[in-house]
Write a protein that binds this ligand. Sequence first.
Ligand SMILES: NC(=O)c1ccc[n+]([C@@H]2O[C@H](COP(=O)([O-])OP(=O)(O)OC[C@H]3O[C@@H](n4cnc5c(N)ncnc54)[C@H](OP(=O)(O)O)[C@@H]3O)[C@@H](O)[C@H]2O)c1
Length: 280
Amino acid sequence: MKSNTIVVTGGNAGIGRAIATELARQRHHVVIVSRNAAKGKEACDTIKKVTGNPRVDLIEGDLGSIQSVKSIAQKILKHFPDVSVLINNAGIWPQKLEINSDGLEMAFMVNHMAPLILSIMLYKQLKKNRPSRIVNVNAGLYVFGNVDIEKTPYGKDFGKLSTYMNTKLCNIYFTQKFSHIIENSGVTINAVHPGVIRTNLGDSSGIMGLLLRILKRAWAEPEYGAQAPVWLAVSPDVENINGKFFDRFTQKPYAKNALDTSLREKLWDLSLQLASLTFK
Ligand SMILES: NC(=O)c1ccc[n+]([C@@H]2O[C@H](COP(=O)([O-])OP(=O)(O)OC[C@H]3O[C@@H](n4cnc5c(N)ncnc54)[C@H](OP(=O)(O)O)[C@@H]3O)[C@@H](O)[C@H]2O)c1
C-alpha cells in the first residue's frame, strides 16, 4: 500500500488521536494538528512509542479563527509538501455561545470554516500529490440541522445542540459543493459519521455534564470511532468515491435538509467571502 503523509486535525485527543494511532500503525507519515503544544507533543510521543513508527509530527495551531487556520495551512505546505490526505476531524459541540475574533460563532468556525479553509488552501498540493483524499469527520446528527444563513454563522440562532447540528450540516453542504468542483481531479472528499463514541465532546460541568458523562460510559471507544475515517482515508475500496456521506462504512443518501442547492451556493459564497479566499 502507498505510504501517505496524512494530516489529522484534533489528533491529540478522542477519535482524532485514535485515527492518528491507527494510521501510524499502518506505517503512514502522520501529522497531528493540535492547539495545545504540550498535549500535541504527548500524543506524538505516545503514538511513536506504541506504534514504533517515528514518522509522527506535530503542527501547533488553533482552528478557532480564520487567520490561525490559514497559518496552519501555510505550515503544512511549508513543512509537509508531500501531504496526500487531509482528515478534518477536529470539532466542537459548543456548551456556550462564543464569538471569535472574526465575529463568527465558534462551532461554525471549527466545524465548518476550518475544514473549508484547509481544504481550499491544500487543494493544489493535494492535486500535485494525487491520488489524494479529504475526509470530513461529520455527525449523523446533521440530519436535524437547519441553517439560517443570516443567523447561524454569527451565533444569532445559538443553541447548544442545534448549533452543533447546524454547523455539521454546513460541513455537509461544503463536502457536496467541493466534491462537484474537484470532480475528476484525482482528489476526493467525503464525509463520515464515526459512530457514537466516548470522548471529551460536549463535556461540561453541572448536572447535565454529569448525566452526559454517565451516559457516555455505554458508548464505544475512540478506536471504534477511528475505523471508518481511517477506511475512507486510505482504503482502496473507496478510491474514486467522491462527495458521499457514510454512516460508518455504509454510504447513505443525503437527508432532505441537505438538498437545498440554493442554500448550498449561498453558504459557499459567504464562506469564501468570510475567509477572503477564491476558488475556481
Ligand atoms: N464522539 C462522538 O460520539 C462523535 C459522534 C459524531 C461525530 N463526532 C465528531 O468527531 C470529531 C472528533 O470529536 P471527538 O468525539 O473525538 O471529540 P473530542 O474528544 O472533544 O476531540 C476534539 C478534538 O478537536 C480539537 N479541537 C477543538 N477545537 C479546536 C480548535 N479551536 N483548534 C484546534 N483543535 C480543536 C480538540 O482539541 P483539544 O484537545 O485541545 O480540545 C480535540 O483534539 C468531531 O468532529 C465530532 O463532531 C463525534
